[in-house]
Design a protein around this ligand. Structure first.
Ligand SMILES: Nc1ncnc2c1ncn2[C@@H]1O[C@H](COP(=O)(O)OP(=O)(O)OP(=O)(O)O)[C@@H](O)[C@H]1O
Ligand SMILES: [Mg+2]
Length: 354
């Protein structure tokens, strides 16, 4: 895969409300906490991710809409459009990992946001046939070094419908990450549509993109239907997504639990790990309805952040894993550590080309 594309991951599924934004934002945060520089691109015109991560009137400033509109190439995207995610989404280095800070308290990553706005597709379409390539140009071209070189990981949070904004995202990315719910076989329909949409675009535009992974979200292990559907999804992925060479299409390890900790953290506009740490410190875990098993999502997102790094900056993964192992989480997060320990070893080895 071309170097220009390999850092960029589109998170996409042709079905709404499956948790794309929640999963993308939490992977982004955990990757930043590990020391990686991360850009979250919101390509959903409804702007849920922008609001979540900026916690402010993000529409007051310039947005991705301005960058992809005619004349947008003249903007200084780095200086005038991209912003730091608000403090609640920045890892801190004065706390050890055990308390929710940076790994080893040393190198710390940052989380930046390229926000969207409701007029995005409409404004981009004024560019005619070049509109489809406009997000690619924002990330990969421009004066000086391409923007993408500022980051280790660029995650694009897509909207569920296959309109221009989603097409622009796919054509700016080297990897596709799909998020599905294990609720019914509608899940595999969302996967089929997503895969078909992406391959048609890729073929039509001679664009190099591969499935990096499939995340099962909101899984309840005690629900028989969830177990059955999760197995069916694994079989579907094995049958329909090629896994050779650059193509890593796999179901990514353990599913993300269905957890009130996740929905409550999202309502509080915080990453799951910070919300849990704050609650643990204030002795409010029980009040939040959080039990020990709710810590699992933190480990799962850490695991997915490592898998994402395996796609976009594989040369950094060994170092990240070593730091993670050297400084485990505290007892209150013990279950999360188990989540990390369950990183799918064969997948990691295969991705590393071993
Ligand atoms: N594992 C989970 N457990 C509990 N709640 C979750 C989980 N994942 C997501 N949610 C909640 O489900 C809702 C939908 O999630 P989200 O907005 O991330 O989905 P989406 O796929 O991005 O939706 P859209 O298609 O509208 O962009 C949110 O309220 C979110 O907090
Ligand atoms: Mg979303």
């Amino acid at each position: 895969m071309a170097d220009a594309l390999k850092k960029v991951v589109s998170v996409l599924l042709q079905k709404g409300g499956v948790g794309k934004t929640a999963v993308t934002a939490n992977i982004a945060f955990e990757a930043a906490r590990m020391g990686l520089n991360v850009l979250f691109v919101d390509s959903d015109p409804t702007g849920y991710g922008s609001e979540l991560l900026t916690n402010e009137g993000y529409l007051d400033g310039l947005t991705l809409s301005d960058c992809v509109a005619p004349g947008g190439e003249k903007l200084d995207v780095r200086g005038d459009v991209i912003r730091r995610a608000w403090g609640g989404w920045q890892p801190v280095n004065d706390l050890p990992w055990a308390d929710g800070g940076a790994l080893g308290g040393e190198q710390i990553g940052r989380l930046d946001v390229l926000p969207s706005d409701p007029a995005m597709s409409q404004r981009a379409s004024a560019n005619g046939s070049t509109a489809l390539r406009s997000l690619f140009k924002v990330l990969h071209r421009g004066a000086g070094a391409p923007l993408v070189e500022d980051y280790d990981v660029v995650l694009i949070d897509c909207q569920p419908s296959p309109d221009l904004a989603s097409q622009m995202s796919v054509l700016a990315s080297g990897w596709l990450l799909m998020v599905v719910l294990p609720e019914s076989m509608a899940a595999s329909r969302g996967l089929s549509l997503g895969l078909q949409f992406t391959s048609e675009l890729a073929v039509g535009w001679d664009h190099d993109i591969a499935v990096g992974g499939v995340v099962i979200n909101s899984f309840n292990a005690s629900t028989r239907e969830h177990r059955e559907v999760a197995n069916a999804i694994k079989i579907w992925v094995a049958d329909n997504i090629e896994a050779d060479g650059d193509v890593l299409g796999q179901v990514w390890g353990t599913p993300v639990s269905r957890s009130t900790a996740i929905s409550k953290a999202m309502s509080a506009k915080q990453p799951v790990s910070n919300a849990l740490i704050e609650a643990a410190r204030g002795g409010r875990l029980a009040q939040l309805g959080v039990t020990k098993t709710h810590h699992r999502p933190v480990g799962q997102f850490t695991h997915f952040a490592l898998n994402t790094a395996m796609l976009t900056c594989p040369e950094k993964v060994e170092g990240l894993k070593a730091r993670l192992e050297a400084e485990p989480m505290p007892p209150t997060m013990g279950a999360a550590l188990n989540g990390v320990a369950s990183v799918d070893k064969p997948f990691m080895a295969r991705a590393a080309g071993e």
